[in-house]
Every structure is written in C-alpha cells, then in structure tokens.
Design a protein around this ligand. Sequence first.
Ligand SMILES: [Zn+2]
Length: 361
Amino acid sequence: MMKRVKASTFIHAIRSYKRFCHFESKSHLGFGSLGSSVRTNVGIFWDLDNKPPKSFPPFEAATKLKKAAGEFGVVRYTVAYANRHAFSYVPPLVRQQRKERKTLNSLEKSGVVKVEEPYFCRVCGRRFYTNEKLVNHFKQIHEREHTKRLNQLESARGKMRVKLVAKYAMKMDKYKNAVRDVLTPKVGYGLADELKRAGFWVRTVSDKPQAADVALRNHLVDVMDKRMVECVVLVSDDSDFVEVLKEARLRCLKTVVVGDCNDGALKRTADAAFSWQEIMMGKAKKEAVSVVGRWKDRDVLKRLEWTYDPEVEKKQYYSKVESDDSDGLFSGEDDNKDVGASISKEDARAWWELDSRSGHD
Ligand SMILES: [Zn+2]
C-alpha cells in the first residue's frame, strides 16, 4: 500500500506545481488530457432502438445531449441508429385513446354530445366546452410560453440561470403536469426528422432483431479503429454494449453512458454515467466538469507511473495482460482514492480478467 500513498502525494505535488508554473498540459501529459489546450474529440452514439427519450421532445433531448457531451470536448460525431419500428411506434393503448378522443372531438364539435363538466385548463383555470378549444388554447398560450421560458433558460448562464430556474420552477411544473393530458405527446412522431434537425446523423436499419445494435457497434469500433474520437458518449440501456465499452477503455478512450437504467452493467463499465433527467436539467453539464477533472488526475497519475518506474509498474500490475498498448491499462474510478485503489493488485487483476476477454470482439 506504499504505492497508493506515493501516487496520491505525487499527483498532488504535480497538480500544485502545474498551477504554480502554468505549464501546458499539452506538453506535459500527452494525449487525452481534457479541458486543456488539447481538445478531446467526442462522439455520441445513440441507440434509439432501446432509448428514445420517452417523456422529452426528441429535438430538445438531442440538443441537450449534445450540450452535455460538449463539456467533455468537441463533439465531432453524432449518430443515432434505430430500426423503422422505433420511428413509428405508438403504444396500442395510446392509439386507442387517440381514436376515442378523435371521435368524441367530432361529436362535440357537431353538437351531438355535450360534456357535463367543461374542460378545465390546469394552467390558467379557463374552461372550455369542447376539447378542441382547450387544445387550441393550450397550444397558443401555454405551449408558446413554455418554449419561451426554455429558450431563456437555455441562454442564461451562472447566477442568472439559477434565478430563472427558481423563478420558473412552479410554472414549469404546472405546465408539465397539465400538458400530458392536453397535447398529444410528440414522441414517436417524426423522431428521425427531429434528431436530424438537431444535427444527428440518423440511420435506419432493417427490422431484424439486434440490427441497430450491431450497426451501432460496428460504427463505434470503426471510429475507434480510425482514432477519430478520444471520448465516447453512448446512449443506451442495453448491456450488449458492455464489451464494446470495455474495448473503448482498453484503447484509452473516455467513456460516458446516458440512460435510465441506473444500476445497469453499462453504467458500471463507463467512466461516467447520466440519466436523461440529468441531461435535460443541465445537471450532467455541470457534473461533466468534475468528471473531466478526475480524468485529468488519472492522466497525471498514468504519466507518473510511466515516468518513475515503468519496469516495476509493468511487473507488478500488468503481468496478467498481454498487450503493448499499456496506456490503456488504467481504470478510471470515482475519485483520487479510487484511482489508487484500482492500481492495487487485487482490483487490477479482477478488472483485467474481464477485459482481456473482450479484446478481439
Ligand atoms: Zn390556460
């Protein structure tokens, strides 16, 4: 355990030294140092087969996703894969409800049916005798207001943003609770177009099971082979992607997973993980800063190992692995302490036994 103490002392010393001397991480740390003068290229890979954002408008979700990913570096690739099913799917129950609603609407309009209780706008309290009028009112007034607020929040920064969030919190909640019953959810409608509008490269694959997974995985491997990105943001809940994520880490790429499966295998494998909620609320964007900080520490530590005792390091920690790509032999963990823990012998072994299997997928 001497090593752990030594490593963390060094890392601290180097960090303060860096701060003091202002030297460029570029020359000092080599590749992969984020947020420094070397910008990291980021690729977003979105598995729409598993992961259409259920409760968020797709354009907004895609935009927020790009913003969050932008905190990890320069977003170079934004791709989304799905079969046709994902683009046209409307749950049977919803379809049935819509049909009934439509029938009732036309009956109301022609005056055949008169509802006992008027429709009630849950945002402003106005009453309407037909559903159609309520929907029109809601779109013209409340949807417009909501979009305006979102745009304002989007462009606000720092204290201003905090103030606005507080100011709008109740209104936003009210709107969100009301909108579900009034407006048709847009999800499933024009999903591909919405994502394209947000700048994603959308690919539709055949409807064979797993086709989207396979296509996405191949694309990801191709991008890794060509060293086009240093950071992979994978949007999926599908544990089938675990192996490719491990491969990414093996190749020294930073990995980020976005999905709503909280204790999923994917999130355990990645360096950082966010839920859709965190992406949409801008929490991921903020947290990314500290993730990048941890990555920097990891790079510093990695560099120290190399500089000070490469032979000892190799014997002690890498003996289990047959690889000349030893840059990648470092697991990112939650904080400095964990980085130390992961180079302790037991942990490193367990980690590598998992990874050496995935090397040639
Ligand atoms: Zn209203």
